[in-house]
Design a protein around this ligand. Structure first.
Ligand code: CP
Ligand code: NVA
Length: 297
């Protein structure tokens, strides 16, 4: 099976992955140090990464396996070899493929031709591994999903879209505030509706956070959108998460943060910020995912 977006899992499977992650995390976690003995993860990166690369690579080490970093200049993908050939060749060597690419169709192509699981590590449309860590973080903070209300404030981007799906699956109350023209794709909202509930949507950040326990934001200018920078910064005026907007709510951010744009320095450095726990949970969530995937037929 592949994880191209969160809804490739059923809700039961998503819960199983989160439970496995929590079991391995501890404090008295299962000994997972030999779980992926002799297994290898191929990691394709077309875009930069701090958390995703290091958490996957470290996770494989901690599970007894090994990871190979394949940067844009290391392999032929996208310049000299079709995606389907890379997929078939890699699957003859490695046990899992993880890919961070621009075009979502490229992870779909990898998955179509790969005999081993393909994990989406961020495309322009989706970031399911981030959602796993986000849900783990919210579950830790609130002891479940029933008592947490989340407001997304910012771009209806890749991180937001996967979070919308994950929230629908676990029954998390979510409101999404974006500027006009930067909403979550209709297709994602329709999938969320089928999964249990599309979020409330608004163009008003104040209204979105009114009943929220958590405010979640991400950069206004994502990787690959550098040419839209000036236009986007103007369109997103009023969507910055400040201490005033945050109030006593928890702040989440997938990172990297562009302080002074989507979030102020004093908001992200405040006691309300759980961004480092969230970043740490990338490691635990992905270890849970890899362990769970290795046990599927
Ligand atoms: N949140 C996230 O995916 O971070 P990186 O871009 O550093 O991997
Ligand atoms: N939306 C951001 C997320 C980075 C992890 C981007 O795509 O650049």
């Amino acid at each position: 099976m592949h994880l191209l977006d969160v809804d490739d899992l059923t809700t039961d499977e998503l819960t199983a992955v989160l439970d496995r992650a929590a079991d391995i995390k501890g404090p008295d976690g299962e000994d997972a140090s030999d779980l992926l003995d002799q297994q290898t993860l191929g990691m394709i990166f077309e875009k930069p990464s701090t958390r995703t690369r290091v958490s996957f690579e470290t996770g494989m080490t901690q599970l007894g396996g090994h990871a190979i970093f394949l940067g844009p200049d290391d392999i032929h993908l996208g310049h000299g070899e079709p995606v389907k050939d890379t997929a078939r060749a890699l699957a003859r060597y490695v046990d899992f493929v993880m890919a961070r690419v621009y075009d979502h169709e490229d992870v779909e192509g990898l998955a179509e031709y790969s005999d081993v699981p393909v994990i989406n590590a961020l495309t322009d449309d989706a970031h399911p591994c981030q959602t796993l860590a986000d849900l783990l973080t919210i579950r830790e903070q609130f002891g479940g999903f029933e008592d947490a209300e989340v407001a997304w404030v910012g771009d209806g981007n890749n991180v937001c879209q996967s979070f919308v799906l994950g929230a629908a699956m676990v029954g998390l109350d979510l409101t999404v505030a974006t500027p006009a023209g930067y909403e979550v794709d209709e297709d994602v909202l329709a999938r969320a509706a089928d999964l249990g509930g599309a979020p409330e949507t608004t163009h008003d950040p104040e209204a979105a956070v009114a009943d929220a326990d958590v405010v979640y934001t991400d950069v206004f200018v994502s990787m690959g959108q550098e040419d839209e920078r000036e236009e986007k910064l103007a369109e997103f005026e009023g969507f910055q998460v400040t201490p005033e907007l945050l109030g006593d709510r928890i702040l989440m951010h997938c990172l990297p943060a562009h302080r002074g744009e989507e979030v102020t320095d004093d908001a992200i450095e405040s006691e309300n910020s759980v961004v480092w726990d969230q970043a740490e949970n990338r490691l635990h969530a992905q270890k849970g995912l890899l362990a769970w995937l290795s046990e599927q037929g």
